[in-house]
Design a protein around this ligand. Structure first.
Ligand code: HEC
Length: 156
């Protein structure tokens, strides 16, 4: 991951590559509808805070509605297909250490946790009673259906 930051102008190319990989990994799995029933390990207010954090720090490349841009799409069956074998702590760790691209760690842990909560919610995960601190290891396929929330594009 780290070496990608040496050549920043290559970001667009690697985004395209990740997209192709996502299709290959996500292809052939037709069971997404059976997934995503358990509540996520994050609280409803984290979703609101994360929406704001995402708009400020991530939307520039990933799109305000997570539909992608210069960077891969972060909501929908492709994204969940790519992360379905992983858990929420792994998603947090990836984002916290690598995003915003080449500036991993610039945000506080709480801000990253809120953004992860928002991304999970955007993928159909339900908030629950627990506050997400980046450590809870819920299976992404168990909480996120990959059904994109219809009101995402209305967010600032
Ligand atoms: C400057 C542009 C840029 C910004 C800002 C940015 N990203 Fe990214 N992001 C990328 C690129 C490019 C990739 C693809 C990286 C690769 O291929 O390794 C990526 C990949 C990702 C992935 C993996 C996607 C997948 O399909 O597995 C996640 C998750 C992610 N970013 C989350 C975030 C979050 C959350 C933020 C805000 C904190 C953020 N990004 C900010 C450019 C950006």
């Amino acid at each position: 991951m780290r070496e990608k930051c040496v050549k920043k102008h290559a970001a667009r190319k690697s985004a395209g590559f990740a997209f192709v990989v996502a299709i290959i990994l996500g292809g052939g799995c037709g069971s997404a509808s059976a997934q995503g029933s358990a509540p996520g390990p994050f609280a409803p207010d984290q979703v609101d805070a994360g929406r704001k954090g995402f708009a400020e720090n991530c939307a520039e490349c990933h799109g305000k509605d997570l539909s992608g841009g210069t960077a891969p799409v972060l909501a929908g069956p492709e994204f969940v297909g790519r992360w379905k074998e992983k858990n929420t702590a792994e998603l947090y760790k990836f984002i916290q250490t690598t995003m915003p691209m080449c500036q991993g760690g610039v945000l506080g842990n709480r801000a990253y946790a809120d953004i992860v909560a928002f991304v999970l919610w955007a993928n159909g995960a339900q908030p629950g009673p627990d506050d997400f601190d980046g450590k809870a290891q819920a299976s992404i396929s168990a909480i996120a259906s990959g059904t994109v929330r219809p009101d995402l594009s209305k967010t600032r």
